[in-house]
Structure formats: structure tokens, C-alpha cells
Ligand binder design. Sequence first.
Ligand code: PEP
Ligand code: MG
Length: 574
Amino acid sequence: MTGVGVSPGTGQGPAFIVTVSVPEPPEGATYQGEADQEKQRATDALQQVAGVLELRGDRVGGQAREILRAQAMMAEDPGLAVAVRGFIDEGIAAPRAVYQAFARFRETLAGAGGYLGERAADLDDVRDRVIGELTGHPMPGIPSEPAPPDEAGGAPRPYVLVAHDLAPSDTALLTKDLVAAFVTERGGPTSHTAILARAMGVPAVVGCRGATSIRPGVHVRVDGTSGQVRVEPPGSDAGRANGSDLGQSSGGTWAGQVAARDAGGPGRTSDGHAVPLLANVGGQSDLDAAVAHGAEGIGLYRTEFLFLGRNEAPSADEQQQVYRAALAAFPGRTVVVRALDAGADKPLSFLPPSDGEPNPALGERGLRLLRRFPDVLDTQLEALAAAADGSSAHLMIMAPMVATAEEASWFAGVCHVRGLASAGAMIEIPAAALRAESLVTVVDFVSIGTNDLAQYTFAADRQLGTLGTLQDPWQPALLDLVHRTATAASDNGKPCGVCGEAAADPLLACVLVGLGATSLSMSPGALPAVRVVLAGQTLGQCQLAAQAARGMETPAHARAAARSELPELARLGL
Ligand code: PEP
Ligand code: MG
């Protein structure tokens, strides 16, 4: 089966099919007794569910905390409570009233498409929890312990979790001992399954039709890079010892074995060319993972997780505390914080676009939105400056969604006035890459966001699973833009990092270095394998691999061409 690979690596194990066990309450169901009592029952259930979600969020922290908090807010939404009470007033029993009220909200969300559309699964999960609370039905089961060892003995095995869609409230509690990979029928690259899988460093494939028909317990092999899901015949151990994967989840995968050779230390090629390997983080628990995996600093702090799901921006004090924690985790090291990247698939109710946006990804997002709401940027920069005061970390701040040198210059000016000496621009829009020669002269550094750069270069919505090939970072046109940007930066003596998911693929990481990237930033779990693979190649070999890849016409050919220039990879089984 094929879906869209959204979290790189290969994972395998027995299939665990997550089934939704909360049935739809029957239409027309009525209640006995007083309406007020029935309303109270519904209110209690909504509150109970909100409380549990908040608690879970506090327990797991990081990005998951923000996501679960947003779900708790759905349960507490006053408009929803009014709708539930309205249905109860019509004589409808509380479980059905809850079902109908959520259905009304779901329609609005699903119709919105994009980020909000992908939140419809979160809403369904909240609904099922509330109905389960009212009817006593158990919630959809997720494994609480790993599968027992197979016939050959050995250790307990993590599962491949297969579902229609997974709710963050479930995935947030999962650990790598329990899950080797995720496969869902629904969802896109920015669904929460994808975001959390990447944060966990577990391979994931979404949009994989028919996956839930896999028989529970059969051996499944998931390639989160290519999007392939292979169901292996019972008893087969084909591929289990295969050393050709980019897996990073359970023991026995290629990256697991390669990562085991990681002795830590700074990222560098075999001939000593330094390439700092940094982490992409979204919150406190990612910071812990970044330190644990030997990150040399932070290459992308996605500050929007602090803002999402709120009715107003977090205060300067709250922000300052969060940023201080990030700087404290990497004393003396680089910490690149991205200014709020809101809009499009990450809308914030308190920063609405000025007009209806038929194509939000092409609308007011990132820096465009910050220029319209300068107070929000001001507060964020104030908090960052205060957090950096007295810290030994080297704080760098970059703007998301920069299209022109004029925009980059404006942002750098605002940062410099605040005493923030290192201001940069993300290169995510083809225009910025095409005119990188002038853009780099007005900033202190650039960082290439390959996720959005692919989306805009190929006019292929990154949330659409069906356009996965066009979003493949091995696309030679994308490599051309990376090369152009990195060359312009180098000519002007400015650093050029890569912080999109592309950097997490060890082979592509070598190519990016060959194209001129001066640092790479990725999900923390990907760092060890990238460090080991990079240490096996010379800079010259990386450059030859980059040149070979750019000479091809398709992503598959680009990959194969790069691979053939890096013979040392054979020793690592790649
Ligand atoms: C990118 O676009 O590559 C990037 C790193 O930013 P995000 O994925 O948060 O949009
Ligand atoms: Mg981006």
C-alpha cells in the first residue's frame, strides 16, 4: 500500500489496528426526567473530558501539550455548550445532543480545509470522549504495552499503529517502546499524527487508503520516507535484517543500527569540514530530546506552538520564560528562534487576515502578518531580548515567509533596533531564493525551509497527500534553489542553514552540505544517523553527490546519482 511519508525512517512490527468503539447515539433518543438534570450531565461530561485532556497535556509537555490544550478548549467552547443545551431543550438525550452539536461544528471546520480541516479529527475525538463519558463506552484502544516477543524469542516488540486517523490525545501518550511506526488512512503532512510522529522520531505514513483492513498482528513494514507500507506474509522475515532503510524507530532498523555507532560530538565530514547539527523544536519536551540526541544548538524554534489555540497572544513575561528555557538548554551555543509563523494552515483568531482568503497559503502569513500586527512582533522581540540578557547562548532570530530583500531588510532593521544583533530570513519562497544575491546582503544569515520552498516551487499544497511526489525534497528543481541560495550566502560570507525536513534524511543531508549548507537542523531523533553518515564522507564527495543529483530529472534518479558518488555509504549498509 502506498500513502504519503510524513515522518522519515523505516519501522516495522505487528499491526495494531485502532478501532473507534464509541457508536453513534441513536437518532431521536430522548431522556426521562428533568431537562436541567440532563443538561447538567452533559456539562459535567464536557468538563470532565476537558480536564482529562489538559492533564494529559501537562504530563507529556512539548508540542503535544499545546495540541491537547486546544482540544480541551474545544470541549469547553461556550458555543458548543449552548448548542448541546438547545438540543436537550428539544427533548433530545444528552449523548445525541452532544453528537448533533459537534456535527454542526465539524461541518464548519471540515469546510474550512487546510489546518482547520485537519482539526476535524481532533473534534471527533473530543466528541467520542464526551459521548463515552455519558454512555460508559470505553474509548478507542491504543496499546498500553508492547507486543510479546515473536516465536524466535527476543524482546517485546513495538507495534505499527494503524488507524483511520489518530487523535493527539491518543498519540501524545505513546512512546517508542510501544510504537515502531504510524499508518493512517486519513490526514495530510501537517496533521497532528504527522507533527507528533516527527517530534517522536517515529516513521509515519498518512493518507494510506485501505490500511485499516490490515489484519491485526501481521508483520507490517513502514517506510516513512517513500510512503510505502508493506504487509509481509506470516512467518516471513524478509527485510527484517535488510540494511537498506533510513529507519530510526525500533532496534534492527537501518538508522537504529547506524545511530548506535554514533559517538556524539560535533557534526563534520570525514575530512573535518564542520557542519553544526542542530535541532528543530516546538516546546520543552523537544528541548530535552534535542539535548539527549546531542544537538549542537537549535536551528529552528517554532514559536507558533506557544500561540496556537489561544484567544490572545501570550504575554511578554510568559514568552520570556519559554525562550529563556531554550537558551538555557544550550549555553554557549546557537539558538535560532523563528518569529511567529501564523496564518494559512496555522490561523490565529486574534490575527485574522484583512480579507477573506480563497488561497490562505498565498495570503497573509508569516512575516506579512507580523507587519500588519507590529505589536505582536514587538512583544515577541522584547521577550527574546529580555531572555537573551545574561544568557551565554548565541540568539539568532529569523523571519518566516520572506519574499523580497525589502521585507528581509525591514525585519533585520526591527531586530537590530531592539539590540538583537543576529537577524535572518527563512528562504521558503522561490522569489527569495532566486534573488538571494541581494537578499543575503541585508540580513545576518539565511535558513532554507525546504517544506514550504517545495510547496511554493511546485505549486503543490504541502497538506495534500496526493501531491507527495511534487513535495519530494529530492526534486532537482528544489536542489537548484538550495544551491543558488547557499552560493549567494557563501559569496557574501553569510551562514546558510537548512531547517526543513529534508535535512533529516542522512543521504540528502550529505547532498545539502555539498550544495553549500553551513548547518543542518532537524527533528532531534534524526540527529545521530545524520551525524554518522556525514562523518563517513568528505566534503568533496558531498559536492560531487550534489552535482550528480542536480544533473538528474527526477527525485528517484537524483537520489540514485547522489548515492553512487558516496561509496562509503555501502559500509553503512545504505
Ligand atoms: C519549512 O517550511 O521548511 C519550515 C522549516 O517551516 P515549517 O515546516 O514550520 O513551515
Ligand atoms: Mg515553513
